[in-house]
Design a protein around this ligand. Structure first.
Ligand SMILES: Nc1nc2c(c(=O)[nH]1)N[C@H]1C(S)=C(S)[C@@H](COP(=O)(O)OP(=O)(O)OC[C@H]3O[C@@H](n4cnc5c(=O)[nH]c(N)nc54)[C@H](O)[C@@H]3O)O[C@H]1N2
Ligand SMILES: Nc1nc2c(c(=O)[nH]1)N[C@H]1C(S)=C(S)[C@@H](COP(=O)(O)OP(=O)(O)OC[C@H]3O[C@@H](n4cnc5c(=O)[nH]c(N)nc54)[C@H](O)[C@@H]3O)O[C@H]1N2
Ligand code: SF4
Ligand SMILES: [Mo]
Length: 855
């Protein structure tokens, strides 16, 4: 221990940082009420000798994993963390083990750079005050009373001057309650994670609104002989057990194929066949595969297409199976064959677009068609591109052609995030918190891609052929990082400097906070009553308070109430239910699947004493485990075994008898011709698609890297940049943690061919330039990328050099533009750039940058 403490003390991350720790040693302290202090060796030594208590600690991020995280608290000090040891680990019942981020959670909560007090921009005054200084002004500490008076005062003033719609609330669920009662506010919308899987698929019968329902559960995956992934890198982007679950399928004999511009760690660990592809062109590849099958299929001697499934369960594949009223010429088969447009979608045709050679396209098509049990998966990355509204439908159509749907070991759908390789409805879930909904009287909803231009131009798209005027003058940033995570950040910064007022509740000086006028310190989940980790269908995590609020941080709900009071509203209308009671209601309402799979039953036994102990109102109840047991373990993990009644086969009943189990489409079948889909997309007012899945070139996609496509002459932005979700961060969260900065340096991944052509070596600082912005990063040259593709990890906090207009952090959205297509998708993985060696000063590693410690 002494050695560890010595190490900890000498491990100085930055001049002002008090975080001094290596894995396992003590460091951050919460001195109740007054915040943080450095632990000296004597205190650390003393703490190490004392008995403490393990508390289930939140890991509440949108990270694609759900792991059990525990903090060992001695005298209010978090001495160490651990992960799931609640039961023995086995392939059927895996422990939910945390990743490096979750294990660094204490460095986040107790970070020296936490926002400690309410603060305002020095030159700010009601109405704006040197708006151009947003993002570079100094900060001044103010009292909570002053801060709340100023925010409420601005809300009042701006509402009177410009009306309720001039106030835009981003994310969060707290201020919408207060402002909903105060006449309302404008909102924004978008598809973020899901890309074009968000609103389209339920129109043609897939997933019925919930992506996990499109694939079978993880134990059934072991019955697949072939698992093909169009994108998806669970080893990086689905923490916890998904990669382990995939490995069980491999162990059971499955072959893996991964179609991805990058040879990922997932491809490596799964021993997958790697098929590199140009980003945003998967649709073309699948068309080439479908053509191959149509040409070679011989039902009598060489059956490759599941005509029975197509004919019984789908409409629109061929002229004989069209939905009512549709033009029989508008069917997918004739589109693929080129019957009417004169362009057969051959493997060669596909190859020119997607970059996969024709032979590989044909071989993969035949392999899938002749394998008895295949799983066809895609993650959302391949749909987080512009103009891809027909891609999910094409993916479904190919699954239907090959019949890999609705049976054991056979599935076609999305395998991503919490649901990676494990589909089906939740087996355990919390109840509702009991809060009544509050309606927002303002109807203005702006697509994420137009959020910043709406502020700058006063206009936004409000539907088909419909542009609406809007005068946005105030932004309230709740629980989100939109300036960082939505497209067109350069426009976003400009927009922030145009507004009369910007306010943000925040943990750190994040991008949203940095460009605000007033920043209010928010508590983290470790400083709150408790809450739930959901998403993985097999488990429910119940975390509880680790520490009292640090410094002057307050719960977002408290902030919303206090601002509301100053606007003349009553607490009982904004939050009629206390934080404690909200948690209790979720506990009392928690349910778990009966072991025979026949329905849900209460999870918890709760006694009078429990209710009194929590200081809430409620009735005692009987359930499967006691509340105390749940609190102690921190997790209820449904135990699964092959052959149990808790599995899920997507579309099973539908496949057996589509008439008796119709989907929610007009025809009741999977619609390869979907009028509803085409109408939905048209209704958004951005771009249109056909009812059948034709290939649509993406704005700023591969084709746009050429000046002249026919002559194959490259243009000014000859490369494609994509944004892998990176291990250091959960989106923008954790970017500031020194330990994670050291472990994951956030380079830009460059193919050796592109590097050689530009004289770039590993370690060189490179400049990436798109049509929309410029950013710097240190190159990591690798054979693992397809030439022409650059991997810029998602979510780094922008660090703008105001003189040159160049960002130094590698912020992905500095490069993306305000492009809205189809269902308003975040089209991030279609973006064109140029790359060159930087002639200016070389970048220092991020870990050496000063922390953003303000006060
Ligand atoms: N270029 C590009 N952009 C992308 C993507 C991409 O691949 N490329 N991916 C997209 C995807 S998939 C997603 S899901 C989005 C994510 O977009 P966001 O949801 O905006 O991203 P996060 O970084 O998770 O932001 C959460 C913020 O909330 C703060 N926060 C957490 N808890 C609390 C709280 O209790 N109170 C308050 N006040 N704040 C809190 C965190 O500190 C953090 O700043 O990004 C999208 N953006
Ligand atoms: N570490 C970490 N994990 C995360 C997150 C995070 O921020 N950090 N965010 C979570 C969230 S909210 C989400 S939505 C998920 C997202 O999960 P995904 O969408 O799976 O994540 P990505 O890392 O963007 O992409 C996965 C793979 O798709 C490849 N890819 C990109 N574009 C294309 C394409 O056009 N075609 C094909 N075939 N492949 C392509 C990338 O090279 C990458 O290897 O991740 C979750 N997990
Ligand atoms: S994968 Fe997510 S939930 Fe699991 S430890 Fe990492 S950050 Fe926490
Ligand atoms: Mo996401």
């Amino acid at each position: 221990m002494a050695n560890l403490i010595e190490k900890a003390q000498s491990f100085v991350m930055s001049r002002r940082s008090f975080i001094g720790v290596t894995a396992g040693a003590a460091a951050a302290v919460s001195l109740t009420g007054c915040g943080l202090a450095k632990v000296d060796a004597t205190t650390a030594e003393a703490l190490a000798q004392k008995e403490g208590k393990w508390v289930t600690a939140a890991c509440w991020h949108n990270c694609g994993g759900r792991c059990l995280n525990k903090a060992y608290v001695v005298d209010g000090v978090v001495v160490r963390q651990k992960t799931d040891d609640t039961h023995a680990d086995s392939p059927d019942h895996p422990q939910q083990r945390g990743c490096a981020r979750g294990r660094s959670q204490r460095h986040q909560v107790f970070g020296a750079d936490r926002i400690k007090y309410p603060m305002k921009r020095k030159n700010w005054e009601p109405g704006g005050g040197k708006k151009e200084l947003r993002g570079k002004d100094e900060w001044v500490r103010i009292s909570w009373d002053e801060a709340l008076d100023l925010v409420a005062g601005e809300i009042k003033r701006i509402r009177e001057k410009h009306g309720n719609s001039s106030i835009l609330v981003t994310g969060g669920s707290e201020m919408p309650r207060t402002l909903g009662l105060y006449g309302g506010h404008s909102t924004h919308w978008g598809t973020t994670s899901w890309g074009t899987w968000r609103w389209g698929p339920e129109k043609f019968g897939m997933a019925e609104g919930f992506f996990e329902h499109s694939i079978n559960d993880r134990l059934d995956l072991r019955n697949s002989q072939l698992i093909v992934l169009w994108g998806g890198n669970p080893a990086w982007s689905a923490g916890g057990s998904p990669t382990y679950n995939y490995l069980q399928a491999k162990q059971a004999g499955a072959k893996f194929v991964i179609i991805d511009p990058i040879y990922t760690d997932s491809a490596e660990v799964l021993g997958a066949q790697w098929i590199p592809i140009h980003p945003g062109t998967d649709h073309a590849m699948v068309l080439g595969m479908a053509y191959t099958l149509l040409k070679q299929d011989d039902p009598a001697n060489n059956p490759l297409i599941d005509w029975d499934f197509l004919n019984r369960c789908t409409v629109g594949f061929d002229a004989d199976h069209m939905p009512e009223g549709a033009d029989p010429k508008e069917n997918l088969k004739d589109y693929i064959l080129g019957t009417f447009d004169g362009v057969p979608k051959t493997a060669q045709w596909a190859s020119e677009i997607c970059g996969v050679d024709a032979k590989t396209i044909e071989e993969l098509a035949l392999e899938i068609a002749t394998t008895k049990k295949a799983a066809l998966f895609t993650a959302w990355a391949a749909a987080r591109i512009n103009n891809a509204d027909s891609w999910p439908q094409m993916f479904m159509a190919f699954g239907a052609m090959t019949g890999h749907m609705g049976e054991s070991g056979r599935m076609t759908g999305v395998s991503c995030h919490f649901g990676t390789g494990n589909g089906g409805p939740a087996l355990v879930k919390p109840g509702g918190n009991g809060l009544p909904a509050i309606k927002n009287p303002v109807a203005d909803k702006i697509n994420d891609n137009e959020m910043w231009t709406a502020i700058l131009t006063g206009k936004y798209t409000a539907g088909y052929n419909k542009t609406k005027d809007i005068n946005l003058q105030m932004v309230y940033h709740g629980y989100n990082a939109v300036l960082q995570t939505r497209s067109a950040m350069s426009k976003g910064i400009e927009a922030h400097r145009k507004l009369e007022f910007v306010v943000c509740n925040s943990h750190f000086l994040t991008t949203n906070a940095k460009y605000s006028d007033i920043v209010l310190p928010a508590t983290t989940e470790w400083e709150r009553e408790g809450g739930f980790g959901t998403g993985n269908r097999e488990l429910l995590i119940y975390y509880t308070r680790v520490t009292e609020p640090l410094f002057e941080a307050k719960h977002d709900q408290w902030i919303a109430i206090e601002i509301g009071k100053r606007l003349g509203l009553a607490e009982k209308d904004i939050y009629p239910i206390s934080e404690k009671q909200q948690v209790f209601n979720q506990l009392a309402g928690a349910t778990v699947m009966k072991t025979d799979g026949s329905g849900m039953e209460p999870l918890l036994t709760i006694s009078e004493a429990d209710i009194a102990g929590m200081g809430v109102t409620g009735k005692p109840q009987q359930g499967r485990i006691t509340l105390n047991e749940f609190r102690e373990t921190g997790m209820y993990h449904v135990e699964r075994k092959p052959g149990d009644k808790l599995g899920s086969i997507a579309y099973e009943k539908f496949r057996k008898d589509p008439a008796a189990n119709p989907l929610k489409t007009e025809s009741g079948k999977l619609e390869i011709h979907s009028k509803a889909l085409a109408e939905l997309i048209k209704g958004y007012g951005f771009t249109e698609i056909k009812p059948i899945p034709t290939y649509n070139k993406a704005a700023e996609g591969y084709e746009d890297t050429f000046k002249d496509w026919a002559k194959k002459e490259k243009g000014d932005y000859p490369l494609q940049v994509i944004n892998p979700h990176y291990f250091r961060r959960s989106h923008s969260i954790f970017d500031n943690i020194p330990q994670l900065r050291e472990a994951f340096p956030n380079p830009v991944f460059v193919s050796s061919q592109d590097a050689a052509e530009r004289g770039i070596s590993t370690g060189d600082t490179v400049l990436l330039t798109s049509r929309h912005g410029k950013t710097l990063r240190t190159a990591q040259v690798s054979e693992r990328l397809m030439p022409g593709v650059v991997g810029l990890p998602h979510g780094a906090w922008v660090e703008m050099d105001e003189k040159s207009g160049v960002d130094k952090a590698g912020a992905d959205n500095i490069l993306t533009g305000p492009i809205a297509t189809g269902q308003g998708t975040g089209g991030w993985n279609t973006c064109n750039i140029q790359m060159e060696k930087w002639s200016g000063e070389a970048l220092q590693p991020d870990v050496k940058w000063p922390q953003r410690i303000v006060l």
